[in-house]
Design a protein around this ligand. Structure first.
Ligand code: SF4
Length: 79
């Protein structure tokens, strides 16, 4: 999982267009998910995907800005 999240941060920084399309779809699903939480330690994140800015997944504890851009999977298979 760590490798997946690291790849997600890389994609977050690189702003890959193809990955952004997938990331936008995933972010929309996360934004409406009851497991998405705002993280105080993630307040520094400035994300173009505003719906998940500063948020993390309360199941896997991953920051969503990296997770939606990674090769990781949603722990409850929403995406
Ligand atoms: S990764 Fe899955 S479980 Fe976590 S917030 Fe997103 S949709 Fe919800």
């Amino acid at each position: 999982m760590v490798q997946h999240i690291l790849s997600g941060w890389k994609n977050y920084l690189a702003k890959s267009e193809v990955t952004n399309t997938v990331a936008q779809q995933r972010a929309a699903l996360c934004a409406s998910c009851p497991h998405a939480r705002q993280g105080k330690l993630l307040a520094f994140i400035n994300d173009s995907l505003k719906e998940i800015e500063g948020a993390y997944c309360n199941i896997c504890k991953c920051p969503l800005s990296a997770k939606v851009r990674s090769t990781d999977i949603c722990p409850i298979h929403k995406w």
